[in-house]
Write a protein that binds this ligand. Structure first.
Ligand code: CP3
Length: 343
């Protein structure tokens, strides 16, 4: 598999490409299945339909990897936090975790209730062409904790940060409980057939450097280490979004994963200089360039001129596809990257 080879910095015929949020509303095929499924969570739990939407970007865009169709928030959901996706408002939990009593109500063994995820993975893997990889994923503990503590998305993360500075022990207890679930969850995804796993830390950039390493990145690295013990041949991708201000600090860490996801706010030549010899870099085109064909082509050329058509790079966006991006350009993007990086 070209994508897996690239994760381990092995030579490939071209630079592989997939797109974060490649299964989504910008595809009319996705919207059709989504309307059949009922709610977004119904779609995540419906193995047949979740398989179908996972495979759509492979059929339509010809990406080198599929990513499991699910959501990071199924972990808090299956730890007992009732969840709804409210139209135009995003995810909302019925309750939030603000004190020890709230924490004690969280159930363990969420990974046992996620058979719909494992079944989707097995079903996708049987239908996916053999040269295409299937990526499993989870949210990183810090990002999941922000949703659990705020009860919904947030701009300021006020409650989460208040806990971090006022009651760091409680935050660590939440992060540890979530981490314990995530270790088993990712290993179960691998057992079901995932060829690689990715940890999304979308709100890493909300924290100052020392706080991020203590409450964010350490947990990612610990989960990665635990998975590596059992599955050294499964590549792990970490994506701490918004950390360009202290990227240097990541060059000194214990290295438990292969691929570092670079967000669009980070200059790629800077990322290459700081991290390119320690990690394979994945990223990082600004998704909005896809609105305009010329801007997209320039974006591709810039990134390829920095990363070269050689091992060490996986092409991706610097964050997820937006619902109103033109699909024709997304199709062209995948073709263009493959052509321009042909060895
Ligand atoms: O990348 C993929 O194609 C795989 C599927 C995937 C989804 N969510 C599907 C989804 C993945 C990997 C995620 C991860 C995720 N979910 C993250 C981390 C990555 C990131 O974007 O930073 C986060 C923070 C979430 C939480 C989440 N899920 C939010 C904030 C929302 C609402 C925003 C929105 O776009 O509506 C979701 C819903 C969601 N997850 C959708 C999809 C396709 C849209 C739901 C719909 O179809 O109505």
């Amino acid at each position: 598999m070209i994508f897996i080879d690239a994760c381990f910095r092995r030579e490939t015929p071209y630079t592989p490409i997939w797109l974060m949020r490649q299964a989504g509303r910008y595809l009319n095929e996705y919207r059709e299945v989504r309307s059949k499924a009922g709610s977004f969570l119904d779609l995540c739990k419906n193995v047949t339909l979740a398989t179908e939407v996972t495979l759509q970007p492979i059929d339509i865009l010809d990406c080198d990897a599929a990513i499991l169709f699910s959501d990071i928030l199924v972990i808090p959901l299956e730890m007992g936090m009732e969840l709804n996706f409210v139209k135009n408002e995003g995810p909302k939990f019925e309750s939030s975790i603000r004190n020890t009593e709230d924490l004690s109500k969280l159930t363990s063994g969420a990974h046992n209730k996620l058979s719909y995820v494992y079944d989707t993975i097995s079903s996708v893997r049987t239908k996916l062409p053999r040269d295409k990889a299937l990526i499993g994923f989870c949210g990183a503990p810090w990002t999941l904790a922000t949703y659990m503590i705020e009860g919904q998305g947030s701009k300021t993360y006020a409650n989460s940060k208040k806990m971090l500075y006022q009651n760091p022990k409680l935050l660590h207890a939440i992060l540890q409980k979530v981490s314990d679930e995530l270790k088993v969850y990712l290993k179960s995804q691998i057992k079901a057939g995932a060829n690689a796993v990715m940890l999304f830390d979308s709100w890493a950039g909300a924290l100052e450097m020392s706080a991020y390493f203590e409450f964010g990145f350490n947990y990612i690295n610990d989960i990665a280490k635990d998975i590596k013990k059992d599955y050294p041949n499964i590549p792990i991708i970490a994506f701490p979004k918004g950390v360009s201000g202290y990227l240097e600090a990541f060059s000194n860490i214990e290295k438990n994963f292969e691929v570092f996801g670079i967000d669009w706010g980070t200059n790629m030549s800077y990322a290459k200089k700081i991290l390119g010899s320690s990690f394979v870099l994945q990223g990082n085109m600004e998704p909005s360039r896809i609105y305009d064909l010329d801007s997209m082509i320039k974006g591709v050329e810039e990134i390829i001129s920095v990363m070269g058509n050689k091992a060490g790079h996986i092409f991706n966006l610097g964050h997820g596809m937006l619902p109103d991006l033109p699909r024709e350009n997304a199709i062209k993007l995948v073709q263009l990257v493959k052509e321009k990086t042909k060895r």
